[in-house]
Design a protein around this ligand. Structure first.
Ligand code: OFO
Length: 165
């Protein structure tokens, strides 16, 4: 695989692990609010991000590239509300979408059609990620405090579904 493309995918692999930590910190904060369901929801998000990272890692290896794992800055652990957590998350997902699109641009530049096909999964996944967070923001705004308990029950039902290739 073209080295520029390997580097771009490796960079995103690391960003997915960083994303996992961002959501882990959010889950910790939400747990202190007594919202166990939302804590579960964000822990599922944490697992999803790790799965995204593992999928990138497997692909680099499959294509004969070299993976390089890096460290990253501490995630934010201080928020003012559940709504803020989800608003920050949606912004984060917009950034991820932009990053995936940029990798797709590199894949097109080097005419790596296999990588274009592989990256298509992430393009679709980002549509789902943005939708998940966007809808939850709408619901949180709608229900206010009384309904938050019911929404917390719903969030508690979220289950991590492993990626099937
Ligand atoms: Fe891996 O999509 Fe969210 O960050």
């Amino acid at each position: 695989m073209n080295q520029k493309l390997v580097d771009a995918i490796n960079d995103q692999l690391n960003y997915e692990i960083e994303s996992a930590h961002i959501y882990l910190a959010m889950a910790g904060y939400v747990g202190t609010l007594g919202l166990d369901g939302f804590e579960n929801w964000l822990m599922v998000q944490y697992e999803e991000e790790l799965a995204h990272a593992k999928k990138f890692m497997a692909y680099i290896n499959e294509r004969g590239g070299r993976v390089s794992i890096r460290g990253f800055e501490d995630p934010n652990n201080d928020f003012s509300s559940l709504l803020e957590v989800f608003e920050v998350s949606l912004k984060h997902e917009y950034t991820v979408t932009e990053r995936i699109n940029n990798i797709m641009t590199v894949a097109h530049e080097v005419k790596d059609y296999a990588a274009i096909s592989f990256l298509g999964w992430y393009v679709e996944e980002q549509v789902e990620e943005e939708d998940n967070f966007g809808k939850m923001i709408d619901k949180i705004k709608l229900v206010k405090d009384a309904g938050l308990y019911i929404l917390d029950q719903e969030a508690g039902q979220r289950v991590f579904v492993p990626i099937v290739k």
